[in-house]
Design a protein around this ligand. Structure first.
Ligand code: FAD
Length: 291
């Protein structure tokens, strides 16, 4: 099934769409652990599950197998694909691999530019919009793209970034998933701006339950997220106690989700970092709301 059909069917019923993101193992050593964790998360019956592809512009040998496992659990997977430092052949092979596995949902990403790496003169893909056009040449896929309520770190201005998001949508992106954010007002302002720019595709809000304080430093370094005082107070107070931090982080994410749903943002994607207990707790906290 195409993710866009799942999203649109829920929008038509004014029903929430709750989905989870998982990541593949770096090496074959931990493949069983990841498969078990994703199967446990799939048992929570999310609307769909996404599987990341490497990190920092890198690739992954296991993304498609993790997605196949999700599909075998009866949940629709969406496979991430990056292109920045791949060859044209590698990208085309990966698209065909996804197609041969009977999957038709791809989150098309440029990927981060690796440190010290520069584009060769004849680089086949410099932006996600070019990857989206490539995917469309390979068949009838539902294609998602990334968007950044606090602006992509490389973009000079939010306005310029939104203009490039519009190019991505015009290239054939069916829906957008946001980078994580910790202040819902940032998303509400962003939604207003992108709608004003003529972007009408559904936007899925990416929520990260922060379950350890170290994660926060890393996240802020990568994406420059704004941290509200209420969030900082939680990490300051509970950061040194893992169990308390986990409970507080899940409660904060639940609060964000409830506020989003109450304000008409119906599609929520939880970055649960392969942790079934985190995904389960979030789902339990929303049990009546999701009915
Ligand atoms: P693009 O949409 O290409 O944008 C990148 C930058 O280029 C932006 O600053 C944009 O404004 C600018 N730009 C776009 N088009 C043009 C143009 N025509 N001219 C000039 N400038 C332009 N990374 C991974 O490695 N693996 C993953 O699985 C992964 N999953 C992700 C999932 C989500 C939901 C999100 C939000 C991010 C994910 N990332 C992942 C990180 C992502 O790859 C990086 O943020 C990357 O730096 C940008 O990717 P993009 O697809 O948004 O790029």
């Amino acid at each position: 099934m195409k993710i866009i059909d799942i999203i649109n069917a829920n929008i038509a019923k004014d029903a929430p769409t709750l989905s989870f993101e998982v990541f593949p193992p770096k090496t074959s050593d931990s493949i069983d652990t990841v498969m078990n964790a994703t199967s446990e998360i799939a048992k929570l019956n999310p609307a769909f599950m996404s599987v990341t592809y490497g990190a920092g512009g890198g690739t992954s040998d296991y993304t498609v197998s993790v997605a196949e496992n999700i599909k075998n659990c009866g949940i629709t997977p969406i496979v991430h694909l990056t292109c920045v430092s791949s060859t044209e052949d590698a990208v085309k092979n990966q698209i065909e691999k996804i197609k041969s596995a009977g999957m038709n949902n791809i989150l098309a990403l440029r990927g981060d530019i690796p440190e010290g790496w520069t584009f060769p003169e004849n680089a086949p893909y410099r932006y996600a919009s070019e990857l989206i056009r490539e995917i469309k040449r390979h068949g009838d896929f539902c294609i998602g793209g990334a968007c950044y309520p606090e602006k992509h770190p490389e973009a000079k201005t939010l306005k310029e970034d939104i203009m490039h998001i519009k190019e991505k949508v015009d290239a054939g992106c069916d829906f957008l998933t946001t980078q994580m954010f910790f202040d819902n007002n940032i998303l509400y302002n962003y939604l207003y701006k992108i709608r004003e720019a003529g972007i009408t595709v559904p936007v899925v809000a990416g929520i990260m339950p922060v379950t350890n304080a170290k994660q926060t430093e890393r996240i802020c370094k990568i994406s420059g997220n704004f941290l509200p005082q209420r969030f900082k107070a939680i990490t300051d107070k509970f950061g040194s106690n893992p169990e308390s931090m986990k409970q507080a982080g899940i409660a904060y994410a639940t609060d964000q989700i409830i506020d989003l749903l109450a304000n008409g943002v119906n599609c929520i994607h939880v970055y649960c970092m392969n942790r079934p207990e985190v995904a389960r707790k979030i789902k339990d906290n929303l049990s009546s709301i999701l009915k």
